[in-house]
Structures are given as C-alpha cells and as structure tokens.
Design a protein around this ligand. Structure first.
Ligand code: DGL
Length: 270
C-alpha cells in the first residue's frame, strides 16, 4: 500500500528512528513531524505531553498515513495506549523495542536507563523490562540537560563532554551495569560522547533498530507494505525554525533533506 508512515517526535531526536526506518524499509514513504517549537517535552506535565502528542497525530492523520511510529520515548510513555485504542491504524512506540533490545544485550541482568524527566517519572522502561524479565536490576536516571544541547546541534566537543559527564555522574553507584538504554531518541546523537564517558564495557542500546524491525513486521502482518516500484520521497515538517532543523538533519543524515516545511499544529485550548 503506497501510503506514508507517520513518524513523530518533540524535535530532531526521532530522526534517529527515521534513519533506521529508511535503512530497513527503503521502499516506504515517511512523513516526519518534529514539534521543535515546544521541545523539550521531558520537563512538561503529563497533560501537556498528551495534548501536544495528539496535536502532532491529528496533523499527520490529515496526510492519510497507514501507520504511526511514536519516535519519542516521552510521548510513548504517556500516550501509546490511548493512541492504540483510539486510532484505526497500527501504532508503534519506542519503549517496548528498547526494552527488548536491552534484554537481548545484558549478560548480568544489570540495566541502566537514561531518559527525560517525563520518561523516568513514568517508570515505563522499568515496567517494560521487569515484565519481560522479572528479577532484572534496573536504575533510571533523568538527564534533562542532554536534549537542549542536541537541539542546538552540540553533539561533540568539550561542552558536550562536560554536560554528559556531569549528567551521568549518579550512574557511578550502579557499577555492575553492563547495558545502558538510551531511553530518549535524542541521545543516540550523543552516543560517541556517552560511550566515552561510560567506557567501552557498557553496551549502549538505542531502540531505533528494534523499532524499525517491529514496524516492518507490523506492516507485513497487516499487508500494508508498499508494493509499488516507483521511488519514494519523504516529507519533513517542523513546528520550529526550518534553517536550524535543516542544519541538524544534514549532520544526522550526512546529506540535506528535501521537502522540509514549517507547520503550525497548536489548537486553541477551550
Ligand atoms: N526525543 C524525545 C524522547 O525520546 C523527547 C525529548 C524531549 O522533548 O524532552 O523522549
């Protein structure tokens, strides 16, 4: 079916998932929306996260998407169930796939999770992990300073190193950890710095690969895979500044993206 897959995030972080979707599903058309204007979602209230996410979803539904990928852990934590219940198209989040990948990786059952304040507060990862594997030892840490630097394009260098080093200090107490979940789709963009800070013995998990695999399976089961042969084009939307978004996407994809537009999605609150 030649309809697009919708992908949402609070900003550029979800592009790490888009990158993997493009790799695993090269024939699928993607429509991405980053709510850059209201990023970060992490420190916001549950009510705001739910409202903003629905505004993104409502926008993408006008584009006739056949499936939705919530490429934001914070939005997944607070809205996945209600999106799955209320939408008639399949909806995939990033938390279950991330939890599965971590369970595959850990050899000693000590798993760390870093994410936004909202994701950590929701306990969504620790619940998903212990549901899959009871008895697993987990520690969760919110890293509120990471998303703002990623959105500014600071992905390496001494400022990024200092920010990450300081943010991850509390993890030192959890010395047995062999696996660390990057529980925010922005964090894979800081992967090199994070790896440098935690050391080579800890495996870093980003949910993008597993999320793309799950998306592929769901498309197949529901007979929704694109069966047309013409080359697909993707569309990108941001609620924020187009130039800033373009320069960040250039760094993520190593090439510039076409079809980027700015859009307003906020609805009046009654
Ligand atoms: N990239 C998002 C996540 O995976 C949210 C970051 C934010 O807006 O705070 O949680």
């Amino acid at each position: 079916m030649n309809k697009p897959i919708g992908v949402i995030d609070s900003g550029v972080g979800g592009l790490t998932v888009v990158h993997e979707l493009m790799r695993q599903l090269p024939r699928e058309k993607l429509i991405y929306l980053g709510d850059t204007l209201r990023c970060p979602y992490g420190p916001r209230t549950e009510k705001e996260i739910i409202r903003f996410t629905w505004e993104m979803v409502d926008f993408l539904l006008t584009k006739d998407i056949k499936m939705l990928v919530v490429a934001c852990n914070t939005a997944t934590a607070y809205t996945l169930e209600q999106l799955q219940k209320n939408l008639t198209i399949p909806v995939v989040g990033v938390i279950q796939p991330g939890a599965r990948a971590a369970i595959k990786s850990t050899l000693n059952n000590h798993v760390g999770i870093i994410g936004t304040e909202g994701t950590v507060r929701s306990n969504a990862y620790s619940n998903a992990l212990t549901m899959l594997k009871p008895g697993l030892n987990t520690i969760s840490l919110a890293c509120p300073t990471f998303v703002p630097i990623v959105e500014q394009g600071i992905l390496s260098g001494s400022y990024a190193e200092k920010t990450v080093e300081h943010g991850l200090l509390p993890l030192k107490q959890f010395s047995e950890m062999d696996t660390l979940i990057l529980g925010c789709t922005h964090y894979p963009l800081l992967k090199e710095v994070i790896q440098q800070v935690v050391g080579p013995d800890i495996t870093l998990i980003s949910s993008s690969e597993e999320t793309a695999r799950e998306t592929s399976t769901i498309l197949q089961i529901n007979q929704l895979l694109n069966d047309e042969t013409e080359p697909c084009y993707h569309q990108f939307y941001t609620t924020g500044d187009v130039d800033n978004f373009t320069s960040l996407t250039k760094r993520i994809f190593n090439s510039s993206i076409d079809n980027l537009k700015s859009v307003a999605i906020e609805k009046a609150v009654i």
